[in-house]
Design a protein around this ligand. Structure first.
Ligand SMILES: [Zn+2]
Length: 267
């Protein structure tokens, strides 16, 4: 703090956004598949005793949702949902200007809502047909390889030479730009599934705006347009107000701004 030229008395608190299931109320990380050592870990308490500052811990989707609400694409909307489509899929929900967390703090885990009960794709949670299994970065290698097994599939990318780790959103985005039919099919399909996911959110929460962020949102307007098209077609006349689907604006700094925004949340 001293090195950054900041006086401790001027610091309102410390915000931390992390992946995984987070118990915001007790400042605990419940589970985190990316950081195994942090299972049921009282990170808030540890940071408070190390810094002597009030600490607010939440999952990164909630932190980003609050940042988009305060400073980004959801500014001015007291009822908004932020959806991150990255390795996984999650959402942060703002209701009447406050983050909605549910009983344990894990509300918004829309990646595990089931969008296809007849699906043969099994999610890490054990269920079949989760949104995450059909529309996330994590699912890309499996989705692509399943399409490659179809006779007569057309692609300009030699996927057989690539490991699962190399089949990324970036690769598919590049393929789309170069006119690759398989990449286009993947992006359309991903857009359709997310559009259905957003329809489920709309029917449940009726927000004023839905903001889409995360790595796969870098597929840009063609992807966003496909999401919108499926969403508006599915919502149809049940949509009685001009709900907008926007891209996140704080993307590259969202995690940091989100963590800081948590401190500004009214208690
Ligand atoms: Zn699941």
């Amino acid at each position: 703090m001293r090195d950054a030229g900041v006086i401790k008395d001027e610091i309102a608190g410390l915000g931390l956004g992390t992946s995984g299931h987070v118990d915001h109320y007790n400042g605990r990380v419940i589970t985190n598949s990316n950081l195994p050592g942090f299972t049921d870990y009282p990170i808030g308490e540890r940071l408070e005793s190390a810094t002597n500052l009030p600490v607010s811990v939440d999952n990164d989707a909630n932190a980003q949702a609050y940042a988009e609400y305060l400073f980004g694409s959801a500014k001015g909307y007291d009822n908004a949902v932020f959806v991150t489509v990255s390795t996984g899929i999650g959402a942060g929900i703002v209701i009447d200007g406050r983050l909605y967390r549910g009983v344990t703090g894990t509300a918004g885990e829309i990646g595990h809502t089931i969008v296809d009960p007849h699906s043969t794709v099994r999610c890490g949670c054990g269920n079949y047909g989760c949104l995450m299994s059909h529309a996330s970065g994590l699912a890309l290698p499996q989705v692509v390889r399943q399409k490659l097994r179809r006779p007569g599939v057309e692609t300009i990318i030699d996927f057989t030479q690539l490991s699962d780790g190399e089949i990324t959103g970036e690769l598919i985005g590049r393929g789309f730009t170069q006119g690759d039919p398989l990449s286009r099919e993947v992006i359309w399909e991903y857009g359709d599934y997310l559009g259905i996911g957003l329809q489920n959110l709309f029917q449940t929460l009726d927000p004023g705006v839905i903001v889409v962020g995360g790595g796969l949102s870098n597929w840009g307007e063609p992807y966003l347009d496909r999401i919108r098209s499926r969403f508006y077609q599915t919502a149809g006349t049940m949509l009685a107000h001009p709900l907008e689907i926007r891209r996140a604006t704080l993307e590259s700094n969202a995690a940091v701004i989100g963590a800081a925004a948590l401190v500004l949340e009214p208690t």
